[in-house]
Design a binder for this molecule. Structure first.
Ligand SMILES: [Cu+2]
Length: 617
C-alpha cells in the first residue's frame, strides 16, 4: 500500500482492462467434451452439463484449454469441465471415488493434486489435504476415497493443492437426505459462483506479495480531497488521510483481488454466456448457491423476486425471506423462489468490492434476458468497520471518522511504530474513544503476546463486536432486506447440548503491505497444532485484527455459531469474520486425527492463515 492515500492519478488503463476481464467469451472448454461417464440414475435438470450420481465415481484431474476472456488458457479440470461435475450422493450410502491424476508432465499446475470434500464429515485420511490427511495424488496415480455419507444438503469439493482451486478445480456436491426435506419445490438448480483469471495463479500470488494494492487503484483523488476539505475542513481532512496512510490502506480497499483481475463465472460461464435456469410460472424453484471462488465475496439478488433461505452450509435453517444475501467464499445457501408475472429474472451477483458482477437468468425459455442492474456504488471502509468505533459511549459512528479526534484515537492501538497509548493520551486528539476505554465499560480487547512487536501484524482491533445483525459493508441501508448471520437459526437445537468445557481464542492477523496473513501473528509454518481432546465440546472465539473479511473453515467437524449471549444459533462449516468482529462457535471434537483450519481466501491460506487442528485420545 502507498503511505499516501491521495493525489495519485492511477487507473487510466482501467476501462480496457475492465472490459477484458468481464468476459469476452461465453466460456468453456476449447476441447470437446463427451468422453466422460454420465449420470447413472435420472435426475431433475440441474442446469449443469456434467452430472454424476450414485455411489461409484471415476474422476480424472487433467489440464483442459479454456477460454473465458478471448484468450485460451490451460485450466485444471475434473473430467474435462469447469466446474467439476455435479456429484449427487445419497445420505446413508457408501461412496467410492477414484480420483486419478492425469496432469500432463510440465503442467503449470504442478505434479500433484488432491480433492477435499468441503463440509463433509468423514475419516481424516479421506479429507484430501496433502500433508495432513494423506500424501496427495501424484501424476499417474489414483487415490481411492471411500466413506459413509452421513449428512444431506448442498456442499462442494475442490483441490487442496497449491493454487489449483483458482485454476478450475472445484465442483458442486448435492446429497439427498434420508428424511424428507422440510420444504417443497418443483425444480432444483445449482448456482455455483467462482472467479477466473487468465494469470497463472502462482504469478498472481507473487504479484500480491510484491504489490498487494495492485487491484485497488480506485484510490481517492485530489478532487475528493478538496471536496473533503470543503466539507470537513483542512485539518480534519489531512488527519483522516494521514490515518489511512499509516494503516497502509485506503478507505476503498475491500478485497485484495477483484474484478479488475477476475472474470466472474456462474456455473462455469460468463455473463455473456448467460447461464439460464428454466421455470414455469408459479413453480417453486430451489437454487443452491455455492461460492466456489478463490477470493471473492458475492452479494446476490434476483430483482423482482423474494428469496426464502432454507439452508446454510448444507444444514436447514428456519426459513427467512430476503431480497439479498452476501455469500462468503466457501459458504452455501439454499433458497426457494417463486417466479411469476415475468418471463425472465436476472440472477445478479456483484462482488463485495463493487468491481464487477456475474449474472444469469431464470426464464420460461432459453434465450430470454431481464435487465441487469448496475453495480452498486463502491462503499468506503470506516473506522467503525474495523472495531474502533462505538467505544466512548456512542457517537463514534461512520461520520466520526472524518474528524481528527477519532482518527488519532483509533490509530494508537494499530500502529506499532511508536504511536503507543501514552503518547496518544497526551494528544488533544485522544478525545472520546480513549477516555471511553480507559474508564469505561467492558474494557479493551486483549491480544496474544505473539502479536506484540510482530512485523507480520500491522493492526489490532480495540473493541471488536459480533455484529451478527449487520448486513455488512456496502449493504447497509440499501433499501433491500439483506440477510444477516443474526437471521440464521438452525431448525434443530444444539446437537451436542453440552456447554463448552473450555474456550480457545484465536486472532486473525495480517500485514497488508507484506501480504502476510496468520493466526495470532504466527504463520502456519511456525505454528504448533491446536490440540483438541477427543469427545470434548469446546468454544473457539475468533477476533479479526485485520481490515479484511475472512471466511474461516474447520475441516472434519461442524462449527456451531453462537449468538451474542453464547447460545447455539446455527450450524455451519465456514464462519465469516468481517473486519472488527469477534465471533464464537462451538466444536464437538468427535473426529480423530489431523484436520485443517484456515481462512478460505486461497491466497490468505497460502500466505499462512492456516492451523492444524489435532483431535487426540
Ligand atoms: Cu483471509
Amino acid at each position: 500500500m502507498s503511505s499516501d492515500s491521495f493525489g495519485r492519478a492511477e487507473g487510466l488503463s482501467v476501462p480496457s482492462r475492465r472490459r477484458f476481464v468481464q468476459g469476452l467469451a461465453v466460456g468453456g472448454a476449447v476441447a470437446t467434451l463427451g468422453l466422460w461417464p454420465r449420470s447413472s440414475w435420472a435426475v431433475k435438470a440441474e442446469g449443469l452439463p456434467n452430472v454424476l450420481s450414485g455411489t461409484e465415481f471415476d474422476l480424472t484431474i487433467g489440464e483442459t484449454p479454456m477460454n473465458f476472456t478471448g484468450a485460451t488458457r490451460p485450466a485444471i479440470t475434473v473430467n474435462g469441465s469447469i466446474p467439476a461435475p455435479l456429484l449427487r450422493w445419497r445420505e446413508g450410502t457408501t461412496v467410492n471415488l477414484r480420483v486419478r491424476n492425469a496432469l500432463p508432465p510440465g503442467s503449470i499446475h504442478g505434479d500433484q493434486t488432491s480433492i477435499h470434500w468441503h463440509g463433509i464429515l468423514l475419516p481424516a485420511n479421506m479429507d484430501g489435504v496433502p500433508g495432513l490427511s494423506f500424501n496427495g495424488i501424484n501424476r499417474g496415480e489414483t487415490y481411492h476415497y471411500r466413506f459413509n455419507v452421513v449428512q444431506g444438503g448442498t456442499y462442494w469439493y475442490h483441490s487442496h493443492s497449491g493454487f489449483q482451486e483458482q485454476a478450475g478445480l472445484y465442483g458442486p456436491l448435492v446429497i439427498e437426505p434420508l428424511e424428507p426435506e422440510p420444504f417443497a419445490y418443483d425444480r432444483d438448480y445449482v448456482v455455483m459462483l467462482s472467479d477466473w483469471t487468465d494469470l497463472d495463479p502462482k504469478r498472481l500470488f507473487a504479484r500480491l506479495k510484491k504489490r498487494s494494492d495492485f487491484d485497488n487503484f480506485s484510490k481517492q483523488t485530489v478532487g475528493d480531497f478538496f471536496d473533503d476539505v470543503k466539507q470537513h475542513g483542512l485539518a480534519a481532512t489531512v488527519e483522516d488521510r494521514k490515518m489511512w496512510g499509516r494503516m497502509r490502506m485506503t478507505p476503498t480497499d475491500l478485497s485484495d483481488v477483484n474484478g479488475n483481475t477476475y472474470t466472474f463465472l456462474m456455473n462455469g460461464t460468463t455473463s455473456l454466456g448467460n447461464w439460464t435456469g428454466l421455470f414455469r410460472s408459479g413453480e417453486k424453484v430451489r437454487l443452491r448457491f455455492i461460492n466456489g471462488s478463490a477470493m471473492t465475496y458475492f452479494d446476490v439478488r434476483i430483482p423482482g423476486l423474494k428469496m426464502t433461505v432454507v439452508a446454510a452450509d448444507g444444514q436447514y435453517v428456519r426459513p427467512v425471506t430476503v431480497d439479498e444475501f452476501r455469500i462468503a467464499t466457501a459458504e452455501t445457501f439454499d433458497v426457494i423462489v417463486e417466479p411469476t408475472g415475468q418471463d425472465a429474472f436476472t440472477i445478479f451477483a456483484q462482488d463485495s468490492g463493487r468491481t464487477g458482477y456475474i449474472s444469469g437468468t431464470l426464464a420460461v425459455r432459453e434465450g430470454l434476458r431481464a435487465p441487469v442492474p448496475d453495480v452498486d456504488p463502491k462503499p468506503l471502509l470506516t473506522m467503525d468497520d474495523m472495531g474502533h468505533g462505538g467505544m466512548g459511549g456512542g457517537g463514534h459512528d461512520m461520520s466520526s471518522m472524518s474528524h481528527g479526534a477519532m482518527a488519532g484515537g483509533a490509530m494508537a492501538g494499530m500502529d506499532h511504530s511508536g504511536h503507543d497509548m501514552s503518547s496518544m493520551a497526551a494528544g488533544t486528539a485522544a478525545g472520546g474513544s480513549m477516555a471511553g476505554m480507559d474508564h469505561g465499560a467492558g474494557g479493551m480487547q486483549e491480544h496474544p503476546a505473539t502479536e506484540t512487536g510482530n512485523p507480520l501484524v500491522d493492526m489490532q482491533t480495540m473493541a471488536p463486536v459480533p455484529r451478527l445483525d449487520d448486513p455488512g459493508i456496502g449493504l447497509r441501508d440499501n433499501g433491500r432486506r439483506v440477510l444477516t448471520y443474526g437471521d440464521l437459526r438452525s431448525t434443530f437445537p444444539d446437537p451436542d447440548g453440552r456447554a463448552p468445557g473450555r474456550t480457545v481464542e484465536l486472532h486473525l492477523t495480517g500485514h497488508m503491505e507484506r501480504f502476510a496473513w496468520s493466526f495470532d501473528g504466527v504463520k502456519f509454518a511456525d505454528a504448533e497444532p491446536l490440540r483438541l481432546k477427543y469427545g470434548e465440546r469446546m468454544r473457539v472465539v475468533l477476533v479479526n485484527d485485520t481490515m479484511m473479511s475472512h471466511p474461516i473453515h474447520l475441516h472434519g467437524m461442524w462449527s456451531d455459531l453462537e449468538d451474542e449471549s453464547g447460545n447455539f444459533m446455527v450450524r455451519k462449516h465456514t464462519i465469516d469474520m468481517p473486519p472488527g468482529t469477534k465471533r464464537a462457535f462451538r466444536v464437538r471434537a468427535d473426529a480423530l486425527g489431523r484436520w485443517a483450519f484456515h481462512c478460505h481466501l486461497l491466497y490468505h491460506m497460502e500466505a499462512g492463515m492456516f492451523r492444524e487442528v489435532r483431535v487426540e485420545e
